[in-house]
Design a protein around this ligand. Structure first.
Ligand code: TA6
Length: 299
């Protein structure tokens, strides 16, 4: 793992960039430009917070999140890789893969007054090969300004093709869960993870119950947050599935790193390759999964 000194040296290229350890052994990078502020944990290359200048935070992070190596942080944009959800063949393997609980390496950092660029690399070794028995180079590329872009690149550096599922598991804050509309996934088919049924989204999407759906869609999503009088757009590429998740009242009570009221405060709108959307990465080819977030007035 890179030391605080290593990270400080890499980040010393620009005054907008810094690093701290809110918890021992858990480095967090801070980006503060005139357009926005962000924090990114080295573990999982996980964006924790993103606050456009003059606005309220866009990402939700649980007040009960644990910041300790090896524990997934509840909130921000967890990177689910090399599988989404349960491991396809072995339930004993970690939910959502191992990328989000592994310390990544910061390999590039630059910033101007308005825009910062960070690149992280996932260390893959004999240990991780037990979970993902292929040769790959995995990097996360972030552009932080008045929009936030996270691009997850999986390059096949081996001789055999492989398949992955993955997600940029974005937690968006909402002002009032009862006054949220999610546009862009109407008239799409979706896999309802609660009963395993394929369904069709006829009506505009509202969050009124436990919601855990994999929509078949390549479209951007617009989340209209009437409570905060704003909309958040979730643009994407390299993704044929959009996951919508809110645990609602009862499920939230079973999630120890979420307060009971949390279901009222976030919606996950995830740019994913999930369900039957399982990209094949051929030797020397790269799959890129990108999400771009930003604010829009509540039209
Ligand atoms: O993205 C939806 C989902 O797969 C839900 O089923 C729920 O498990 C959620 O992810 C959170 O997963 P986590 O492992 O972070 O608790």
């Amino acid at each position: 793992m890179q030391s605080i000194e290593d990270l400080t040296k890499i980040l010393s290229v620009a005054p907008e960039l810094s690093v701290s350890e809110p918890e021992p052994g858990f480095p967090v990078i801070t980006v503060a430009t005139k357009m926005s502020k962000a924090t990114i944990a080295l573990q999982g290359a996980q964006v924790l917070t993103w606050i456009p200048d003059g606005h309220e935070p866009v990402l939700y992070v649980s007040p009960r999140a644990k910041y300790e190596p090896g524990t997934a942080v509840r909130g921000g944009i967890p990177i689910c890789w090399p599988w989404f959800g349960n491991h396809p063949d072995d339930d004993s393997k970690p939910q959502h893969g191992f990328a989000r609980t592994t310390m990544w390496e910061l390999i590039h950092a630059e910033s101007g007054a308005a825009t910062a660029h960070l690149t992280f690399k996932l260390p893959l070794n004999e240990e991780t090969k037990k979970l993902f028995p292929h040769d790959a180079e995995v990097t996360a590329h972030m552009t932080i300004a008045d929009k936030l872009s996270v691009a997850l690149k999986t390059k096949n550096t081996g001789e055999e093709l492989f398949q992955i599922t993955s997600a940029l598991h974005t937690y968006l804050t909402v002002g009032d869960i009862d006054r949220v509309q999610v546009e862009g996934i109407k008239e799409c088919h979706y896999l309802d993870q609660l009963d395993g049924e394929m369904k069709f989204q006829e009506k505009p999407v509202k969050i009124e119950e436990e919601t855990d759906r994999i929509y078949r869609s390549v479209a951007s999503v617009l989340m209209r947050d009437l409570g905060q009088k704003r909309s958040v757009f979730v643009d994407k590429s390299g993704s044929r599935s959009t996951v919508l998740w809110n645990p609602w009242i009862e499920k939230t009570k079973t999630i120890k790193d979420l307060p009971d009221r949390a279901y009222q405060e976030f919606v996950c709108i995830e740019t994913a390759n999930a369900g039957t959307d399982k990209p094949t990465v051929r030797p020397n080819k790269t799959h890129t999964l990108e999400t771009v977030l930003g604010l829009r007035p509540l039209a």
